[in-house]
Design a protein around this ligand. Structure first.
Ligand code: BG6
Ligand code: MG
Length: 212
């Protein structure tokens, strides 16, 4: 990996912590109530995608058409269930490997979060990282979600850095595409590892220690 990045912008869900199962449970509750089939495979398509776009993907299997108002209500219901699950998270849900890597990088790089989630502040607080990052850009700051680069461009601007000076770390293909579209190098982990569009493919977030 190139060593001279001045900043590192991390996606949150699936990179810093693992909320996949909570998203799955909360969407499943809603889908079951509506009688719509929903499984882990469909859940995988929701990675990196905004809440309302996620709902549209779930409703692809619905025989009924819903109004915008009904959709907003559904998304709110899912989010209430999701936040109840998130409330059970604690600093124990931040792995020691991820924490060690962040602490090591903190000395030499500026660190930011670039997440589609509107629950970013709540999640960071639950896992003990409130106030930890030099900048946070999230679902509340943007009008276009990944694969649009907006969230990463805002994060870079808040770090006072150019995209070319930052590395983005992502677990979603939509997130890798967003980073590349914004002119960032991108390190892919998890589900996106091996995705050809990424600059680097990592076995885990710990591989970033070599940048410190
Ligand atoms: C992303 C997740 O980080 O946030 C997506 O990968 C999710 O699955 C999106 O849909 C929006 O999350 P929230 O918390 O605003 O509903
Ligand atoms: Mg993610």
């Amino acid at each position: 990996m190139k060593k001279d990045y001045k900043g590192i912008i991390f996606d949150l869900d699936g990179v810093i912590c693992y909320t996949d199962q909570y998203h799955y449970k909360a969407w499943k509750m809603l889908a079951d109530k509506l009688g719509i089939p929903f499984d882990e495979q469909i859940n995988n398509r929701l990675r990196g995608v905004s809440r309302m776009e996620s709902l549209e993907i779930i409703l692809e299997k619905s025989e009924k058409a819903y109004t915008e108002e009904e959709k907003v209500e559904m998304a709110e219901e899912k989010n209430a269930n999701y936040r109840e699950l998130l409330a059970q998270m604690s600093p124990k849900d931040l792995s020691s490997e991820v924490k060690e890597t962040l602490d090591l990088l903190h000395g030499t790089k500026l660190l930011a979060i670039g997440s589609s989630s509107k629950n970013t502040a709540f999640i960071l607080e639950r896992i003990g990282l409130a106030g930890y990052f030099d900048a946070v850009a999230d679902g509340n700051d943007i009008t276009r979600s990944k694969p649009d680069p907006e969230v990463f461009l805002i994060a870079a601007r808040r770090l006072n850095l150019k995209p070319q000076e930052c590395l983005v770390v992502e677990d979603a293909k939509a997130g890798v595409d967003a980073a590349v579209a914004g002119g960032f190098d991108c390190a892919a982990v998890g589900d996106a590892a091996g995705y050809g569009a990424a600059t680097y493919s990592l076995k885990s977030v710990c591989d970033l220690k070599e940048l410190a």
